[in-house]
Design a protein around this ligand. Structure first.
Ligand SMILES: CC(C)(COP(=O)(O)OP(=O)(O)OC[C@H]1O[C@@H](n2cnc3c(N)ncnc32)[C@H](O)[C@@H]1OP(=O)(O)O)[C@@H](O)C(=O)NCCC(=O)NCCS
Length: 176
């Protein structure tokens, strides 16, 4: 069965609060107003710094960039993605994790693209994820996967990436 966010869980929910550099931060569901800043953070810094993107030099290839941006935008529509912000209203997005639940009943579509750079980049992700049957391996009906974790460089190295991953754990427990 295709996974949908349970209607009993309000959107946006704040999943986790913590302090970094003496500032109170929180990890919450990405709201409609946060979609654009979140995507821009990914476009600017994930494409620049994430090791495979950096290695391939995705920023030199607009068509591959467009594929990746579309993947993020399509996935964000599931309303499972999260952001990290200062724990006060109207704060800018400083961290993003684009999340998706993959279910046993999902329609299997072979990955295909004419874009050579996108084929290299997402083809590797596709190949790795098909390399093991996660449902059989862990005896689960669905699992959480991610298509991008990024923290604003101005905030790196103070545990925000780790706290975003911890918040994912809290959510997964509540969603079941
Ligand atoms: C990876 C990233 C999200 C970490 O964010 P962060 O808030 O600085 O992370 P934390 O402070 O929680 O943890 C930093 C730790 O991650 C390690 N780390 C950061 N990038 C790493 C990488 N590419 N490979 C291995 N370790 C890495 C750091 O060395 C540090 O380790 P330490 O605590 O042992 O010193 C951030 O560097 C980033 O946005 N990078 C670009 C996008 C990316 O590579 N995303 C990850 C793959 S989806």
């Amino acid at each position: 069965m295709v996974f949908h966010r349970p209607s009993t869980i309000p959107h946006p929910t704040i999943w986790h609060r913590f302090t970094a550099r003496g500032i109170k931060l929180r990890v919450q569901d990405m709201t409609a107003e946060q979609v654009e800043p979140a995507v821009q953070l990914l476009v600017k810094y994930f494409m620049q710094d994430e090791p495979p993107c950096k290695y391939i030099g995705i920023q030199k290839y607009p068509s591959a960039q467009a594929h990746l941006e579309k993947l993020w935008r399509d996935t964000i529509k599931d309303k499972l993605s999260i952001v990290c912000v200062e724990d006060k209203p109207g704060s800018p997005v400083i961290g993003v994790n684009v999340l998706k639940v993959v279910s046993k009943g999902d329609k299997e579509e072979p990955f295909q693209t004419d874009d050579k750079i996108w084929a290299k980049l997402f083809g590797a992700v596709d190949c790795v994820s098909r390399g093991v049957d996660i449902f059989a391996q862990y005896g689960v009906e669905d699992y959480l996967t991610a298509f991008g974790l990024v923290v604003d460089p101005a905030w790196r190295g103070c545990g925000i990436g780790k706290e975003i991953l911890l918040a994912r754990y809290v959510r997964v427990t509540l969603f079941h």
